[in-house]
Design a protein around this ligand. Structure first.
Ligand code: 6CS
Ligand code: FE
Length: 298
């Protein structure tokens, strides 16, 4: 790609700017989602599916989340702790380290929907658990994931989506995911320059690639923030450029969410769109391995 005409250049100036999205949000391929659901996803930049997984299925996923955090080897990369404490905030690259999660990410309820929306085969760019511990799990400031994945990982175009699976109920007290409907249509170029090893800080508290107050006001014009709330097993599908964030967890129980990022096999990462080395593979997979459906396999 000719980088001088990169439609999504960001952190290349000391001022922010709003630019139009140039990629489609949803394909017109057939799949399990109805025409209305696809339309809503394309319009809002996200789709909420309540109770997609059963309590029994989630119980197993939650046991796995707890044991990963408890048994994580000291020297193994891929774990992030809360700012100023030893409490586990996130664990990455689940699709490589856990059979249970590998199977989950190949489940048709996620995979067929992701393929339908993206319109091609997909692979996993990133996966993680956010634990958001009781009473002091810290917030995630507003951001577009794509801004970081483009600049720091070299994801060329907006052809990826995240699934956020509720392993605990999401409610108003535990810092549910919040999204700005329609924000995926605008790319906010952020100001500043990416520091060396930015990820060592950004995963605890993101400072680069975050929108200004004015940028947020632009996205929020005529819009209202949405926070999908619901029981365990619910899933939010959201586009890679949808502006989102979440408050801290001030409730007495953790808020555990499982994420997988499906990217089009035609959108594999290239060199980062900044003058830094690529982030480690636990944050951004650099090899395309299409996720194979479990249907028909034994
Ligand atoms: O770094 C990442 O890949 C993800 N985490 C944060 C805090 N921001 C960007 C992106 O969502
Ligand atoms: Fe995010």
């Amino acid at each position: 790609m000719n980088r001088s005409i990169d439609p999504y250049h960001s952190r290349t100036s000391d001022t922010w700017e709003a630019a139009p999205r140039v990629d489609p949000t949803a394909s017109d391929k057939p799949g399990p989602l109805t025409t209305d659901e696809v339309w809503n996803y394309a319009h809002d930049g996200f789709l909420f599916a309540q109770g997609l997984f059963s309590q029994e299925e989630i119980d197993e996923l939650l046991v796995e989340a707890t044991s990963l955090a408890e048994e994580w080897p000291e020297s193994q990369p891929g774990i992030v702790r809360e700012p100023g404490s030893e409490t586990v905030r996130s664990i990455f690259r689940l699709h490589k380290i856990s059979d249970v999660y590998q199977r989950l990410f190949a489940d048709e309820r996620l995979l067929a929907r992701a393929k339908q929306l993206i319109g091609t085969d997909v692979y996993i760019h990133q996966s993680r658990i956010n634990y958001k511990p009781a009473m002091n799990g810290k917030e995630f400031f507003w951001h577009s994931d794509f801004e970081t994945w483009h600049v720091e990982d070299g994801m060329p175009r907006m052809r990826a989506l995240s699934v956020s699976i509720f392993l605990t109920e999401s409610h108003e007290f535990n810092g549910p995911l919040m999204l700005i409907p329609g924000s995926h249509e605008t790319f906010i170029r952020c100001a500043g320059e990416t520091p060396e090893k930015n990820y060592e800080n950004s995963l605890r508290r993101q400072e680069y690639g975050v929108p200004t107050r004015e940028a947020l006001d632009t996205l929020l014009e005529g819009k209202e923030i949405v926070a999908p709330k619901g029981p365990v097993g619910s899933v939010v599908f959201f586009d890679c450029n949808t502006m989102h964030g979440s408050n801290g967890n001030l409730s007495p129980t953790p808020r555990v969410n499982l994420f997988a990022v499906y990217n089009s096999v035609e959108n594999a990462v290239v060199d980062p769109f900044c003058d830094r080395s690529p982030r480690p593979e636990y944050l951004a997979e650099r090899t395309v391995e299409p996720v194979q459906s479990l249907v028909g396999s034994s």
